[in-house]
Design a protein around this ligand. Structure first.
Ligand code: DGT
Ligand code: MG
Length: 371
């Protein structure tokens, strides 16, 4: 009699959109180390190696088990020579010399510090570094440096906005935004997106999508909300970008860093009295309020599903959704639309499930998208 064949080894997909990744990470030591190297490559504008480490991080995050030896990691996708060498060091000695070296590198440390300020990207950070600046006080006292409005607010509220936002604070902000949009338009739709939609306990900001069924009305929604927040005295900073979205300009063939919907990047004043259990402040900080970063995006209702999928993240999940669409389905996906290059047509969707179905992917819940 033939013996029962062994169960097939569960293969891990190279695409994050074919994996289910919760917030539970069984390989944190490894992923923290890889993230340092990915960040370092990113700051040095070496996109290839950066992406390689980001993919490796994402695969490790998806595993329901901890990697304890190189052999058990043998069949995993997206682990190249370099990441395996680092992994070997960590499994053997508990740490990686390359990662330690990067962490103690002056340029890495300074660029990480500078880019932690709201409004300061890698280019600006590098410019300041090359000018010989190494600390915030050196930047702030250098007379040749002109900070823009965003950077000024970034420094002003640095302590608060570099501190994680809690779930309770996100809920309180949701109520504030919810009240504001519904005073403006009773039939408005508000959705929490970003990391909090994926079930994260903490985030660096709170992301929302707001829209209304009345076509065109979404264009004026954000200025009206900002107006109301100003009157309430809780708008500490706003950067509003009007919509540049035009269906006729789609599909875009190159990967776009940002979408064309109207959006605003805000800093809001959140009162302790509005937050169940109080504010997430440092030990000993007894202030009655804190500053929080909030992003609002306002797509037209008929683009809602694409915007929601695009803003829920994670970034790696989004990258791989697009890569999967392009490489495996000859389709182009972005925050606005899904285009089938074979049929030469746009595929309609009113829910995220529609988009997964068009792509021939099993539906992945938001809390399984922490890739
Ligand atoms: P965090 O750090 O706790 O806020 O984590 P997330 O996942 O909420 O990250 P966040 O707020 O930076 O972005 C939320 C999602 O929105 C992200 O997963 C993808 C999208 N998104 C935000 N900013 C950009 C951008 O500059 N480019 C692109 N392509 N997508 C973005
Ligand atoms: Mg976020």
């Amino acid at each position: 009699a033939s013996a029962t064949p062994p169960p097939p080894k569960a293969t891990v997909s190279q695409y994050a959109c074919q994996r289910r990744t919760t917030t539970e990470n069984n390989n944190k030591t490894l992923t923290d180390a890889f993230e340092v190297l990915a960040d370092s490559y990113e700051l040095n504008e070496m996109e290839g190696p950066c992406l390689a480490f980001r993919r490796a991080v994402s695969v490790l995050k998806s595993l329901p088990w901890a990697v304890k030896s190189l052999e058990t990691a043998q069949d995993l996708p997206c682990l190249g020579e370099h990441s395996k060498a680092v992994m070997k060091e960590i499994l053997q000695y508990g740490h990686s010399f390359e990662v330690e070296k990067t962490l103690s590198d002056e340029r890495y440390q300074t660029l990480k510090l500078f880019t932690s300020v709201f409004g300061v990207g890698p280019k600006t950070a590098d410019k300041w570094y090359r000018r010989g600046l190494r600390s915030f006080s050196e930047v702030l006292t250098d007379s040749s440096i002109q900070l823009n409005r965003m950077q000024q607010s970034g420094f002003l509220h640095y302590g608060d906005i570099s501190r994680a936002v809690s779930k309770a604070e996100a809920r309180a902000l949701r109520s504030i935004i919810d009240e504001a949009v519904h005073v403006i338009t009773p039939d408005a739709v508000l959705a929490l997106t970003g990391g909090f939609r994926r079930g994260k306990e903490f985030g660096h900001d709170v992301d929302f999508i707001v829209t209304t069924p009345e076509p065109g009305e979404e264009e004026t929604l954000l200025p009206k909300i900002m107006n109301r927040l100003t009157k309430q005295g809780i708008l500490l900073f706003s950067d509003y970008q009007t919509s540049t979205f035009e269906m006729s300009k789609l599909p875009c063939h190159r990967f776009e860093a940002m979408d064309h919907f109207a959006k605003c990047f805000l800093i809001l004043r959140l009162e302790a009295s509005k937050v169940e259990g109080g504010l997430h402040l440092a030990e000993g900080d007894s202030r009655g309020w804190r500053a929080v970063r909030v992003d609002l995006v306002s797509p037209p209702m008929e683009r809602y599903a694409f915007a929601l999928l695009g803003w829920t993240g994670s970034r790696q999940f989004e990258r791989d959704l697009r890569r999967f669409a392009r490489m495996e389905r000859r389709m182009l996906l972005d925050n606005h639309a899904l285009y089938d290059k074979t049929k030469k047509e746009f595929l309609a969707a009113t829910t995220e499930k529609d988009i997964f179905a068009h792509l021939g992917l099993e539906y992945i819940e938001p809390w399984q998208r922490n890739a």
